[in-house]
Ligand binder design. Structure first.
Ligand SMILES: [Fe+2]
Length: 379
């Protein structure tokens, strides 16, 4: 099988690497940038310090902070208007996965005259986006190292999955010091997302020799460090390890594809606005149980890597125990809707999950009916 492996052309990793932003912009070179972020980070004062440093280095900067969690087509359109208004020639994204995804799509919207929905799917973006430098503030989504972006189509209530090498950031600056202030619940959510990236990259039908070592490292680092980062937010070694795991997980799944957990979690986010990591976490054990017969050896490898036991059966118990330790409840307890209302959405959710392409990478490829049943089991 032929494989294609894309990464950013440069990754800076380590404490203090964020201070090299101006230097990296100069190498491209870009002197007028749109800084994409969200209101929370802007309020925290982090953005202001980046802004001041850029200005003192002679870089013209405009801040766009209207990206919301689960970014929408409207966020992208507003960001594009801001970019054109100021004549920005490059983009810097500082934030979590939502901010980075929105910035990627703003970048390609600037160089491709298509409606956003035309970008949905695999390899649908003809032109490379504007130069993009990303600085993740949460160790989790791995978006800093992927050619993927997820944008909600507000008309159709669908999370559009876009996968194209033209979405890949030019440069990623991964500085774990920015994640030291993440609250424990967020650490748990994005940390489980990282774990699922590693697991799904490893069991995917498209896993390959380039992605396996990254997926294995991602799983091992997460297994050894997530609980510590959750319990001791200021633990620098654990934060550094989680930042590395997130970046490696992103690099792996960007080429191997994701599987059924992500396929089923996106509709939960689109319809019930459940945080991405949480929606993965509540599905992980149930979906693993379903997928196990398709890749017993690979799941047994994962159980060993996580220190659970020598077989895939032990993995499910271990994953459920991990959720409990991280304070993650069951699906029925986190959704703020009645069971009957949940039922009315299941058919569309199953169809949207299949349409995303991710379930087709799963060790066992489900039917729509089986996906509906899995949602019920996870409740
Ligand atoms: Fe994810």
């Amino acid at each position: 099988m032929e494989t294609i492996f894309d990464t950013p052309s440069r990754i800076l990793f380590g404490a203090g690497s964020r201070f090299r932003l101006s230097e990296e912009l100069g190498r491209i070179p870009v002197s007028r940038v749109l800084l994409v972020t969200d209101e929370y980070l802007r309020g925290e004062g982090i953005i202001q310090s980046f802004e001041e440093r850029l200005k003192s280095d002679g870089i013209e900067v405009t801040v766009f902070s209207e990206v919301q969690p689960d970014p929408t087509d409207q966020n992208v359109t507003a960001g594009l208007a801001c970019l054109r208004n100021r004549g920005a020639e490059g983009i810097v994204a500082i934030g979590g996965g939502s901010v980075i995804d929105a910035a990627k799509v703003i970048g390609v919207a600037a160089t491709n005259s298509l409606t956003l929905s035309a970008f949905q799917g695999y390899n649908k973006i003809p032109n490379r986006g504007l130069p993009l430098i990303v600085i993740p503030t949460t160790a989790g989504t791995g978006s800093e190292a992927t050619k993927a972006a997820v944008i909600t189509d507000t008309q159709r209530m669908v999370k559009m999955m876009m996968l194209d090498a033209n979405l890949m950031p030019r440069i990623s600056i991964v500085d774990y010091e920015l994640s030291l202030t993440m609250p424990p619940a967020l650490t748990a959510n994005v940390g489980v997302d990282t774990l699922v990236h590693g697991i799904e990259a490893y069991v995917s039908k498209r896993a390959n020799g380039m992605t396996d070592p990254l997926a294995i490292s991602c799983i091992q680092l997460t297994a050894r460090n997530l609980l510590t980062a959750y319990r001791e937010p200021q633990n620098r070694r654990a934060r550094e390890a989680m930042a590395l795991a997130a970046c490696q997980g992103g690099m792996a799944f960007s080429s191997s594809g994701l599987c059924l957990v992500h396929g089923m979690s996106r509709p939960l986010g689109a319809i019930f606005h459940l945080a991405h990591g949480l929606s993965n976490a509540v599905l992980l054990a149930t979906v693993t149980r379903f997928s196990l017969p398709g890749a017993r050896e690979r799941y047994a490898d994962i159980a060993r890597m996580m220190g659970f036991c020598e077989n895939g059966e032990a993995l499910m118990d271990g994953l459920e125990a991990l959720n409990a330790q991280l304070g993650i409840p069951r699906l029925g307890d986190v959704l703020k809707v009645a069971r009957s209302q949940f039922e009315t959405h299941l058919r569309k959710m199953a169809e949207d999950a299949l349409a995303s392409g991710s379930p087709q990478n799963n060790p066992v490829v489900p039917t729509a009916e089986e996906i509906v049943e899995l949602y019920r089991r996870a409740w």
